[in-house]
Structure formats: structure tokens, C-alpha cells
Design a protein around this ligand. Structure first.
Ligand SMILES: [Fe+2]
Ligand SMILES: [Fe+2]
Length: 166
């Protein structure tokens, strides 16, 4: 397996582990009506820095960019009208989740509680479906259709990209 796909699929595993944890936090909040807001802010931070900045932006800047450039309209349909729209939906969910936690801190009403659960669980559902599609369809499509020299270049660029996180 190419380095870039190996790294991206590993990140999906980490994101999906996090999603299970976030669902557990929501379940506890629903059952016991208690929330550790610091834990939810940590979750928001993980989504912004790891799932979005490190993972989604890496897909956008490297693999997806190359797919649109080198494969053409079929890739453009999958990437621009599928994956990138879902990345934006994930960004909307996390910013709404952050606002909902802030609102609940100021005013712990049932409605503000509902918003936290709604945005957190929407994020979880979206990411599960999104990662599944990439693991099973989008990455295979890219690897199958990108020229070897482009895949080799992406394997070098992904190592460079990861250096800022070392
Ligand atoms: Fe993605
Ligand atoms: Fe992904």
C-alpha cells in the first residue's frame, strides 16, 4: 500500500476511535444529565486540529487535488460534490457544537442540551459514513486511476506534510 493511503487510513482509525468516545460522552450526558464541558472542548479541539487540519486538509491539499488534476471529471464529481461538501458539513457541525457547549455553560436548558447532542451525534454519523466511503471507494478509485509517478510524488509530499506534526 502506498504511504499516503496508509497514513490516511490510519488517521481514519484514530478518528473512528474518537467518534466512539464522543458517542459515549453524549450517552452519559443524556442518561445522567451531567456534562464535563472541558471534555467536550477537548473533543472540539481534536476535531479541529486532528480530524480537520491534519487529516481533511491533507486529503484536500494532496490526494484530492491530484485526483481532480489528473483524473478529470469523474474525480471532480466525487471530490468536489461529495467529499469536500462533507468536509464542510463536518466543519459546520463542529463550530455549532462549540457554540452549543458555550450556550449550555451560560444557560443549561434542555434545548441547549439537545443542541450539544444533535451536533455531536451528527458529526459522529457523518464521519463514520465519510471514512467508510473513502476507505472503500474513493481511495481505491484514486490509486487505480492516478499515474504511478503522481502516486510516488504524493508519497514524498505526505512525509513532508507530516513533518510539521513531529
Ligand atoms: Fe475526507
Ligand atoms: Fe478521510
Amino acid at each position: 500500500m502506498s504511504k499516503i493511503i496508509e497514513i490516511l487510513m490510519h488517521e481514519h482509525k484514530e478518528i473512528l476511535k474518537f467518534v466512539e468516545k464522543l458517542r459515549g460522552m453524549c450517552l452519559d450526558f443524556m442518561k445522567y444529565d451531567k456534562i464535563d464541558t472541558a471534555e467536550f472542548y477537548n473533543a472540539v479541539n481534536f476535531i479541529k486540529t486532528y480530524a480537520d487540519e491534519r487529516h481533511h486538509q491533507k486529503e484536500e491539499e494532496l490526494l484530492f487535488k491530484a485526483m481532480v488534476e489528473h483524473i478529470g471529471v469523474r474525480a471532480e464529481n466525487i471530490i468536489k460534490y461529495g467529499m469536500l461538501i462533507e468536509h464542510d458539513a463536518a466543519r459546520y457541525n463542529v463550530s455549532s457544537l462549540e457554540k452549543a457547549v458555550q450556550a449550555y455553560e451560560k444557560n443549561p436548558t434542555d434545548e441547549n442540551k439537545l443542541d450539544i447532542l444533535c451536533y455531536a451525534l451528527s458529526y459522529c454519523d457523518l464521519l463514520r459514513r465519510h471514512a467508510y466511503k473513502e476507505d472503500n471507494v474513493v481511495y481505491h478509485f484514486g490509486v487505480k486511476n492516478l499515474p504511478k509517478e503522481v502516486m510516488d510524488r504524493l508519497d514524498i509530499e505526505v512525509i513532508e506534510y507530516e513533518k510539521k506534526y513531529l
